[in-house]
Ligand binder design. Structure first.
Ligand code: DUC
Ligand code: ZN
Ligand code: ZN
Length: 477
């Protein structure tokens, strides 16, 4: 009769909670039943499998809308492959990712996208979609943007940072936004003033300030606030909706709040590292093994910011007030050995990025335990809003009949220790989250009706994950 019933749990959607049994047929949810109904109509005895979720939350699988598997960066590439990264994601309760296909400067967009399919197709343990990085805005790439929607790619990313690598100037941004407005694409922006940052970074390095800590000093909050404001004004002019990625400065969030109060279609994303980790605590760290260089583990852009200056608190507040709508990881792992080490003598050569894909669902749940967000808001942040923002809602992001059976059984009485050493499944020789203790645990992860993780074992396979052709953002209609 049914293939799988998840029984006795509390179903949590973004709209609230309900005691219900979830019935799954094939890859989809077929029914939600009030407690006792499955028994009384006899589905229960006939189901191929019953998972007991008594005392646990049954939530839609996490959607991490900002990941960088195998991103070429700083003379190396992000250390997770699509296989290792999506396997780690499943361990942590994430059942879909949206990764960034890269068009490098001088490369055709179609070729960059084709390469990304070669890397991902057949290798993912969970479903995956792509945003498109446009690394060089010119006549050819503007033309290529016209067909992205047909490929199921409804969002693209520009960089106001990284001159000489991914950087776009204001004229290029304006032209890309005009094209995005025409085609319905959502513009995602890395909003930091790259040219000014590079001057500051060079001045610091030349005066002998080469430790990882100075990465955070060079990438001052003013650089994020200014770029965020400039992106908002260009979006306003072109009427192209705007999504600012990985926000960490409270002043930049104020810019987004200002734009939203004026009714503009501007959205903001932050990441777990900007909620929990700080410039003084992590980048000021010392260890016997790495000395001053320990801080390289936390070199990412935008940078970790000062807790004393109130940036971390402002991110939590933005999530409460909905001035920030999204929490993605910006998962971009690099090992210390041979990768972060490249910048041992100069922070400018440290590849930028932190690996968190396995921990996002847990880290946000800790926000519920700590009284910072509600249970439904947790689900909204980890799953429902990413689904709506990036054209997946209905299929993903909700537990309801007809939706894909992407489901996590989460134990609020369980515990997750992100201990020292290899207590995670990401392809990294360290963890940015070492020592974190979470008052909750991902017990079971299910993707389209297939159990990927249970009883502390991974039972999924690479190649299970399918490419997600996405609709236009559902946030504007
Ligand atoms: N920031 C990072 O930390 N890593 C990858 C690219 C980016 O913008
Ligand atoms: Zn970025
Ligand atoms: Zn990124």
């Amino acid at each position: 009769m049914a293939d799988l019933i998840i029984k006795g749990g509390t179903v949590v959607n973004a709209t609230g909670t309900a005691e219900a049994d979830v019935v799954i047929d094939g890859e989809r949810i077929s029914a939600l039943l009030a407690p006792g109904v499955a028994d009384s109509i006899g589905i229960d005895g006939n189901a191929s499998r019953v998972i007991d979720a008594t005392g646990k939350y049954v939530i839609p699988g996490g959607i991490d809308a900002h990941t960088h598997m195998q991103l070429p960066f700083g003379g190396t590439q992000a250390s997770d492959t699509f296989e290792t990264g999506t396997t780690a994601a499943a361990w942590g309760g994430t059942t879909s990712i949206i990764d960034f296909a890269v068009q490098k400067y001088g490369e055709r967009v179609e070729d960059g996208l084709g390469h990304w399919h070669e890397l991902a197709d057949g290798n993912c343990a969970i479903d995956y979609g792509f945003h498109q990085i446009i690394g060089g805005v010119d006549e050819e790439s503007l033309k290529a943007m016209e067909t992205l929607v047909d490929e199921g790619i409804t969002s693209y990313k520009l960089f106001m940072a990284y001159p000489g690598v991914f950087y776009s100037d204001d004229a290029q941004i304006l032209r890309a936004m005009q094209k995005a407005r025409e085609r319905g694409l959502l513009t995602m922006m890395h909003a930091e003033n790259g040219p000014a940052i590079d001057v500051l970074a060079a001045q610091l390095a030349e005066s002998g300030k080469t430790a990882p800590y100075f990465h955070g000093i060079a990438r001052a909050w003013q650089m994020e606030e200014e770029a965020t404001h400039r992106a908002i004004m260009l979006s306003d002019l072109t009427e192209a909706p705007l999504y600012i990625v990985h926000m960490s400065a409270k002043q930049a969030v104020e810019q987004v709040a200002w734009a939203r109060d004026k009714g503009k279609n501007v959205f903001g994303e932050t990441c777990p590292q900007y909620l929990y980790l700080s410039l003084e605590k992590q980048l000021g760290a010392r260890s016997e093994e790495w000395g001053d260089f320990e801080g390289a583990k936390w070199v990412c852009s935008t940078p970790l910011r000062s807790e004393e200056e109130g940036h971390l608190e402002a991110m939590w507040q933005g999530l409460r007030t909905n001035d920030l709508q999204m929490v993605s990881t910006d998962h971009c792992p690099f090992c210390m050995k041979d990768q972060k080490e490249l910048g041992r003598n100069d922070f400018r050569a440290i590849p930028n990025g932190i690996g968190s894909i396995e921990h996002r669902v847990d880290l946000l749940y800790q926000g519920v335990v700590d009284g910072r967000i509600s249970l439904p808001r947790w689900v909204e942040l980890i799953s429902t809003t990413p689904a709506r923002m990036f054209g997946l809602y209905g299929r993903k992001g909700v537990i309801q009949p007809g939706a894909d059976a992407d489901i996590v059984v989460y134990d609020p009485n369980g515990h997750t220790s992100i201990g020292v050493g290899k207590t995670h499944h990401m392809n990294m020789d360290h963890s940015a989250w070492e020592g974190f203790e979470i008052d909750g645990h991902v017990d079971v992860t299910i993707s389209r009706g297939t159990v990927l993780v249970e009883d502390g074992r991974f039972t999924g396979t690479k190649g299970h994950g399918r490419f997600l052709k996405r609709d236009l953002t559902q946030y504007l209609v």
